[in-house]
Design a protein around this ligand. Structure first.
Ligand code: AMP
Length: 463
């Protein structure tokens, strides 16, 4: 996934604003964070593995002087975790310094990477974002917006990116519009760009608009220029899973409020898969709006069944199965007084590998529930994502090789129901503009390149 920000002001505070923006995007990536800032001539950066609050200690932000900055929170999709893959990527080019922060995944990265290597360039990471950075440096064009427009034609797949040069911040979004990107006016002159509107609101932004699919935005001082998309895709591919799980519920995206979408997912699920029960509980926090919707529609009491330790990151973001399992236990405890003797509907946003539900169902039973019915606010995830969401491989996806009754046996619930594809499409709306390939296998951009790619080859070469 990843979160990106970009700041352009007339005051020497861009890195600090970027830092606040990254705080609001921490949920989009917890493996690493970084900020690059420009004082108009020199670009300085600091990046490391860890949470935003761990990466930046007092003094480090002060060293990032300048009125323009970009930042990144990382959650690895392609490219293993590790310091070399942290972002922004910063390089020196013929045209001055260039830094890039990327959310997404391009499916032809392996091919583009081979092309760069064949042209004699060296790469230090396994990330598609480094490939994008180097390509930009070698594009034809008299300025960065021309070089960016050129490069965008070569990148197939998902990219919402921010770029920093000596005196500009640029941002762009792929022509399919996979992942969100927004721009807003800062309260004291200048503009901010961020993956989610919640981050812009944290910065006090007003007049927020979406960076349209295929559009380039150029910020210079407190000026802003929009370069409209030359060839937006006829069929858009906004990520349905952003609505279901990833985005913070305070985000507005494509004229929809994510909290509202999730309530609708829950309401439709209640109509599709009702069950006699005493209470509805969410798996906090991402399922809370959907559980409220389910309870309201079903006329069943909504209550809390879990207490979540908010100081533990999203368990899924821990990249190995063992750490993820440990994470669930650290993250949740139950409220037996709300659960004992009750028939419980447990609403969760998704079942991916099946690790979380298995443990949570057992915890609810241990707390004394007489029945546990699991309701999931999306269809079974049967296909991997090639556009920036770490869903795991076919092998890892439980719904790829098990039926719904078999998944139910695995997690040990009294009943299990997933939202239908139709129900999900109705709740989100405008299906022709959304990607739901993880549920259907209908990829909006051919993914053969990604499947056949050179993944893993690099990892063995540099340790
Ligand atoms: P699992 O235990 O593998 O079935 O994961 C499902 C849980 O992880 C759900 O409760 C979701 O809230 C969360 N989740 C689903 N997809 C993702 C993802 N791509 N990244 C991080 N967390 C996720």
């Amino acid at each position: 996934m990843c979160g990106v920000v970009g700041i352009s002001t007339t005051a020497d505070e861009a890195a600090r604003l970027g830092y606040f923006g990254l705080f609001a995007l921490q949920h989009r990536g917890q493996e690493a964070a970084g900020i690059a800032a420009s004082d108009g001539r020199v670009v300085r950066q600091h990046k490391a593995e860890g949470l935003v609050s761990q990466v930046f200690e007092a003094g480090q932000l002060d060293a990032l002087v300048g009125s323009q900055a970009i930042g990144h929170t990382r959650y690895s999709t392609t490219g293993a975790p590790g310091h070399r893959n942290t972002q922004p990527f910063l390089i020196e080019t013929m045209f001055g310094p260039l830094a890039l922060a990327h959310n997404g995944n391009i499916v032809n990265a392996a091919e583009l990477r081979t092309d760069l290597l064949a042209r004699g360039m060296g790469l230090q990471s396994s990330s598609d974002s480094e490939v994008m950075t180097l390509m930009l440096a070698s594009m034809a064009g008299t300025n960065w917006e021309e070089r960016l427009a050129q490069a965008m034609h070569h990148w197939m797949g998902a990219f919402s990116i921010t770029l920093l040069t000596s005196h500009q911040v640029l941002a762009c979004r792929d022509r399919w519009g996979f992942h969100p990107l927004h721009v807003g006016e800062l309260p004291d002159r200048g503009h901010a760009i961020a993956s989610e509107t919640g981050a812009l609101r944290t910065l006090g932004c007003t007049r927020m608009t979406e960076v349209a699919p295929g559009e380039i935005v150029v910020l210079e001082g407190d000026d802003i220029r929009h370069i409209p998309a030359i060839d937006p895709a006829a069929r858009g591919a906004r990520c349905s899973f952003e609505h279901i799980y990833f985005t913070r519920p305070d985000a507005d995206w494509d004229d929809r409020n994510v909290h509202d979408v999730r309530q609708r997912l829950g309401r439709i699920l209640a109509r599709e898969s009702p069950v006699a029960a005493d209470v509805v509980i969410p798996v906090p926090d991402s399922s809370t709006p959907a559980a409220i919707g389910y309870a309201a529609e079903a006329g069943i009491t909504y209550t809390e069944g879990f207490v979540k330790n908010r100081y533990i990151g999203r368990t899924f973001i821990e990249p190995t199965a063992h750490l993820r399992k440990q994470g669930v236990a650290l993250k949740f405890t139950t409220l037996p007084s709300n659960l004992a003797g009750k028939r419980v509907v447990m609403v969760d946003d998704s079942i991916v590998r099946g690790t979380t539900s298995l443990q949570l169902v057992q915890m609810v039973r241990d707390a004394g529930a007489s029945e546990v019915h699991v309701r999931v606010t999306c269809p079974p995830i049967t296909h991997p994502c090639h556009f920036g969401v770490d869903m795991g491989t076919y092998e890892e996806l439980i719904a790829h090789h098990r039926t719904v009754p078999e998944i139910n046996d695995h997690i040990g619930a009294d009943s299990l129901a997933f939202l239908s594809l139709e129900g999900m499409r109705t709740a989100i709306g405008d299906p022709s503009q959304h990607c739901d390939a993880c549920f259907t296998g209908d990829y909006p951009v051919p993914v053969q390149l990604s499947l056949d790619g050179l993944k893993g080859q690099f990892e063995g070469m540099l340790q």
